[in-house]
Design a protein around this ligand. Structure first.
Ligand SMILES: Nc1ncnc2c1ncn2[C@@H]1O[C@H](COP(=O)(O)OP(=O)(O)OP(=O)(O)O)[C@@H](O)[C@H]1O
Ligand SMILES: [Mg+2]
Length: 258
């Protein structure tokens, strides 16, 4: 459990504001340590820099200062080092489900037909049997998210970054997707970093919750979830967890500036 798979050392990042061109700081000398097989969730107000953190990890943005380690190394290019499921479902509408899922294998130079063969049993496992020749618009929201997650898993990385994967789903589908994700995480033995606005979702899923509270973010407040695994949704009704939830909401409320 002690191996660090993701580490930020004194990472600083700002955006150039378009109109006046001055830079807006988002992260300032931020340190983060995430360990092998952890489930981490990140909560925080809208615009606090959560997705930016993922864009830095994936190599879509570069820090102004500091270093990002993935699996103990600073990589010349971080692109492709992690599995990334962006905030908006990016399935390609003109590709079938199996073609969409196969994308990471094709990007790596794999043969189309071989990719398809690899994907068929996984589609079954992901509850998408018989969907391989359908197009994204023919699937339910939960199914589309499972295809996106399958694509993220097929990146082959041990670190998966999921940016609000369930936010567009109805409450019931969302709960069943949380349970489903939990099983997948346990089975695949990966590390997951998961962004959400839903405190219950964070409590149910994670080992530790990071709170993005200041702007720029200089340090993360951290909450450990004292629930054994396997977990049930009803575990969220335990008094200690209800207390923790109040505490989390308080921390978040205090930070939202309107
Ligand atoms: N491409 C960009 N150019 C300039 N500023 C940006 C850009 N992308 C994000 N920002 C700014 O950086 C800040 C952090 O944005 P980010 O998308 O990381 O927030 P977030 O915490 O993911 O929010 P949400 O919960 O709404 O998804 C915001 O103030 C946003 O306006
Ligand atoms: Mg975001």
């Amino acid at each position: 459990m002690n191996k660090r798979v993701l580490e930020f050392q004194e990472v600083t990042f700002s955006y150039k504001e378009k109109k006046q061109g001055h830079s807006v700081p988002v992260l300032d000398s931020l340190n983060i340590h995430i360990y092998d097989r952890e489930f981490i969730t990140i909560v925080g107000a809208s615009g606090s820099g959560k997705s930016t953190l993922f864009r830095l990890i994936t190599g879509l943005e570069e820090p102004a200062k500091g270093q990002i380690f993935i699996n103990g190394q600073v990589h010349e290019s971080r692109l492709g080092q992690t599995g990334y499921m962006p905030q908006h479902d990016l399935l390609m509408p003109w590709r079938t489900i199996s073609e969409n899922a196969a994308l990471p294998l094709e990007v790596k130079g794999g043969h189309k037909e071989e990719a398809r063969k690899k994907i068929l049993p996984l589609l079954k496992e992901f509850g998408l049997e018989g969907m391989e020749n359908r197009f994204p618009h023919e699937l339910s929201g939960g199914m589309r998210q499972r295809v996106s997650f399958l694509r993220t898993v097929l990146s082959g990385s041990n670190v998966l970054l999921l940016d609000e994967p369930f936010s567009a789903l109805d409450a019931i589908t969302r709960l069943s997707m949380q349970e489903w994700l939990m099983t997948q995480w346990e089975k695949r033995k990966t590390t997951i970093v998961f962004i959400t606005h839903d405190v219950n979702e964070a409590l149910f899923l994670s080992d530790r919750i990071f709170i993005f509270s200041e702007k720029p973010v200089c340090s993360l407040q951290e909450v450990k979830v004292p629930l054994p695994r396997p977990r049930k949704l009803t575990d969220l009704n335990r008094p200690a967890i209800l207390e923790l939830k109040e505490d989390l909401l308080e921390k978040l409320r205090g930070k939202v500036k309107t």
